[in-house]
Design a binder for this molecule. Structure first.
Ligand code: ZN
Length: 340
């Protein structure tokens, strides 16, 4: 016989079912494949897939490619299970509760090969996870579907459209935890790269900037419930601060938790002071008013963290002109996309 629900069980039930149309349920990240060696002492060489002729560091996030000059925007997680042909069979699982926002089933259309993008709402942040080079994608997976953390969405593989294929022994999951730059990537890309194809709308890799997933997973492991993704993002090391004369930025609307309140008073906001981490992630925005920034200048580089320019040889937002720093063409392009 079942007891009638008490007030507490009703509350718990409503919590489990509740949050009508509030989007994905918040939750911490977990590893997206059975490979757990990230958490084992000295397990790195069993966890990260190296590039040919390099060691496991090449499979980590950051300035780890082309002698440190090229950014790797995710982590490459080695396959642990193989079929008789030596092809990987590791299931790929959702890293957190979320919603499917993009599925590319045609490997020829991307250097990511077959890939999936999920959206999660964590501490008020719209954060995306991206799963690339998949061997296969779950048949039923469609944009708009909710997924639970740990739910299988695909199988680890080595699909890509690059001229050099990914060798069987390097089969891996390229995994990103990322932020979206613009909801108008498609028209912006069409205007700036008229000859180039974009088959992925806003879910083109160029419209995402990531943070280090291995760092996030390890911090979660160490800190447990004290880990805060929001504080982690807010605590990124600044590379530079740039003023951008534009209002109504998608990024500001999409990441209000990273935006300071506008100053009180009647002076209109004319733009934002954006602080960027070395990989190009804007992680703080401060509204600025006409009085604070008179004139018509569209962009102004207001601060450079010299030490970070040295520490991160793959940063491409800044160039040295004589004895001063300036925005590189890549940096200007990033700001152009944010403002478009
Ligand atoms: Zn990768």
């Amino acid at each position: 016989m079942r007891a009638a629900p008490t007030g507490l069980t009703l509350l718990l039930l409503s919590l489990a079912v509740g949050q009508p149309s509030a989007g994905p349920v918040t939750g911490p990240f977990r590893l997206p494949t059975p490979n757990q060696a990230l958490f084992e002492p000295g397990g790195e060489s069993r966890f990260f897939a190296p590039t040919p002729g390099r060691d496991w560091q090449a499979g980590t996030f950051g300035c780890t490619r082309t002698e440190g000059r090229q950014l790797h925007e995710g982590i490459d997680i080695l396959a642990t299970q193989r079929d008789r042909q030596g092809e990987p069979t590791d299931p790929v699982t959702a890293a957190a509760d979320g919603v499917v926002v993009y599925v590319n089933r045609t490997p020829a259309l991307s250097n990511y090969g077959r890939y999936i993008v999920l959206l999660h709402r964590i501490e008020g942040l719209n954060v995306y996870t991206l799963y690339a080079h998949l061997r296969s994608i779950a048949d039923a997976l469609r944009p708009g579907q909710p997924v639970r953390a740990g739910q299988q969405i695909g199988v680890v593989g080595r699909s890509t459209n690059t001229r050099t294929p990914i060798a069987r022994d390097r089969a891996h999951l390229h995994f990103e935890i990322a932020f979206m730059l613009s909801d108008r990537f498609e028209p912006w890309f069409k205007r700036t790269e008229p000859g180039e194809r974009n088959d992925h709308g806003n879910y083109n890799g160029q419209n995402f900037v990531g943070i280090d997933p291995a760092e996030v997973l390890r911090l979660q492991q160490t800190l447990g419930p004290r880990f805060s993704l929001l504080r982690h993002v807010q605590g990124q090391v600044p590379l530079c601060t740039v003023r951008l004369r534009a209002v109504n930025l998608f990024w500001v609307r999409h990441y209000p938790a990273l935006v300071e309140p506008a100053p009180a008073g009647t002076d209109p906001v004319v733009g934002y002071e954006l602080t960027f981490a070395y990989q190009g992630l804007p992680f703080r925005a401060r509204p600025i008013t006409a009085r604070e920034w008179p004139g018509q200048a569209r962009l102004q580089l207001v601060h450079v963290n010299e030490a970070e320019t040295q520490n991160r040889p793959c940063q491409r937002m800044l160039v040295r002109r004589g004895n001063r720093w300036a925005l590189s063409s890549r940096g200007e392009r990033l700001l152009d996309l944010l403002a478009y």
